[in-house]
Write a protein that binds this ligand. Structure first.
Ligand code: SF4
Length: 196
């Protein structure tokens, strides 16, 4: 008999597979429901998300919601938005930002969760780790992959990380704000309208 959704989610939330490599206790932070229409495939929760036990509970989240044109209520509605980073637990920080998602996580959990998202209309693929996983033909750099966004449109869209650390990237790539974001916001509104 197939495992029900609540049991699967509970099993993920109890995972301690890579705890010996984590700086804090394992705390898988994800948002998931099979009805979700939009998937946000990101990197890994940051320290603030870990403390709040809520994905994107930081400045990156505020910017991501603005990029998508979603209110917090819409963003945190699991029947609308699934949030599955490549690593579900905070991996720790290094000299130039957070460490990479733990490599044990995606092979353990992604497929079983993704295969139940049968109503997805849009996958937002954030940063190099998610792009390598979700875009089999991703380019060598995040910039090149994002610049090539129309190749994946309209089912998927690659984005840079919305972190304030990427402000310089945004200044250097004005086409992102001028062209990609308005198109993405219109697409999100289209998805929302289809759920009415
Ligand atoms: S990062 Fe993933 S594999 Fe590691 S303990 Fe958390 S949920 Fe489990």
């Amino acid at each position: 008999m197939a495992e029900d959704n609540a049991a699967l989610l509970a099993r993920v939330r109890q995972c301690t597979l890579c705890s010996e490599h984590l700086p804090l206790q394992p705390k898988p932070i994800l948002q998931w429901h099979p009805n979700a229409r939009i998937l946000i495939a990101g990197q890994a929760p940051g320290r603030k998300a870990h403390q709040a036990n809520m994905p994107f509970a930081d400045a990156s989240g505020e910017r991501l919601r603005t990029w998508l044109g979603l209110t917090p209520g819409q963003f945190y509605n699991p029947q609308l938005v699934a949030i599955l980073p490549m690593g579900f637990c905070f991996p720790g920080s290094g000299n130039s930002g957070d460490l990479a998602p733990r490599p044990e996580c995606a092979p353990t959990w992604q497929q079983v969760l993704l295969q139940q998202l049968t109503r997805l209309q849009l996958t937002v693929v954030i940063g190099q780790y998610a792009q390598a996983y979700h875009l089999t033909d991703a380019k060598k750099t995040v910039t090149a992959t994002v610049a090539n966004w129309q190749q994946y449109w309209p089912e998927r869209v690659p984005l840079p990380h919305p972190s304030p650390r990427n402000n310089i990237w945004l200044k250097r790539n004005p086409w992102f704000t001028a062209t990609l974001l308005p198109t993405l916001q219109a697409r999100v509104q289209q998805v929302l309208a289809s759920c009415q």
